[in-house]
Design a protein around this ligand. Structure first.
Ligand code: PMV
Length: 331
């Protein structure tokens, strides 16, 4: 089954009733147990389950209106039709809109660029939600997550706020590969971002995943690692046990980077500042401050900690951006 057929299957039974405007917000998310490797590259079907926490008010707000021709405005900037960004957004929209109906899409990411946070997850989740609002499809969270996954894998975990669990699914058409909300609330949990390097990445996550799956000898052990880490992370979320959550999330991120390092050619995202930051995190922990690190496909480090330690951590890392996962978006 291809992307078009999958999208059509998800939208089966829906009527398109375009309004004057569709609008939605979706939060960014950080994986606690990572999605690394696809079993189907076209449908963004993962090799393993993953789970994440959303970032409260950090995310994307997207609005959609009818127009004479397609327009894309990102963070106030007109995006030219021949750019990769434009094509990626509209090839996703083409899966879902009737009769190539021209649309003006405007998206603002409340994520400061300086936080060094990837915005594709919140971007595709907000776009899916805004299309659902614009066309009045009335889709439930499961179907919205299935659609968002076709835009960007990790976007399926940004449809609902809070903790999210994306099950890999078994089916070839991916209809059982979507994220659901984990029923848990942990008001004191905080996520910090450290922008260590704002340069362009040597290799995008799509290509890095493909290379890892195809060439990394360590990748064979990745599904087993995920099974173990995911179990511990889900347990820790229910128990609100920061030590167990942080240890397992940190180990999982390090193991993901180990699979990349053993790819051929090797994928190395780390910078000297990355190593220095990880060492400071370890040193802080040794002094009794409960703070843990996680990383994605880039050199920047994200921190997991609790509100009561935020002052101490902010003193150690003055450039830290902090997200409260339970803070609602501005409006
Ligand atoms: O959804 P993508 O293609 O941006 O991949 C995201 C991959 C990681 O951020 C490294 C891990 C994750 O689970 O978010």
């Amino acid at each position: 089954m291809n992307k078009h057929e999958c999208a059509a299957q998800v939208l089966q039974g829906c009527t398109h009733r375009p309004g004057r405007e569709g609008r939605a917000f979706a939060p960014a998310n950080i994986a606690l147990c990572k999605y690394w490797g696809k079993r189907d590259t076209e449908l963004n079907l993962p090799v393993t389950d993953s789970c994440s926490i959303s970032l409260g008010a950090f995310g994307a707000t997207t609005s959609i209106q009818p127009a004479a021709s397609d327009f894309l405005i990102l963070n106030g900037k007109d995006i030219a039709t021949n750019t990769q960004e434009f094509q990626r957004v509209f090839s996703f929209v083409d899966l879902l809109r009737p009769d190539s109906m021209p649309l003006r899409i405007e998206s603002d990411s409340g994520i400061p660029l300086a936080a060094g946070l990837a915005s594709s997850a919140s971007g595709f989740a907000a776009l899916t939600l805004a299309l659902n609002d614009f066309f009045a499809w009335g889709l439930d969270a499961r179907r919205l997550s299935l659609l968002a996954r076709l835009g960007s894998g990790s976007a399926c975990r940004s449809i609902e706020p809070g903790f999210s669990h994306w099950r890999r699914g078994e089916r070839d058409d991916g209809m059982d590969s979507f994220a659901t909300r984990i029923d848990s609330h942990w008001p004191d949990l905080r996520i910090g971002f450290l922008l260590l390097d704002a340069g362009t990445k040597p290799i995008g996550s799509r290509e890095a995943m493909r290379r890892t799956v195809e060439t990394s000898t360590l990748y064979q052990t990745w599904p087993k690692q995920v099974d173990q880490d995911l179990r511990r992370i889900l347990e820790a979320i229910q128990a609100r046990d920061l030590e167990q959550l942080g240890q397992s999330a940190e180990e999982n991120a390090m193991a993901m980077h180990a699979t990349m390092l053993s790819a051929r050619p090797s994928v190395l995202y780390w910078k000297p500042e990355t190593v220095a930051t990880l060492q400071r995190v370890h040193a802080l922990r040794a002094e009794g401050c409960p703070v843990y690190a996680t990383m994605d496909a880039g050199p920047n480090v994200k921190l997991l900690f609790e509100e009561r330690d935020s002052e101490e951590i902010k003193t150690m890392f003055p450039a830290l951006f902090m997200a409260n996962p339970w803070e609602p978006p501005a409006n």
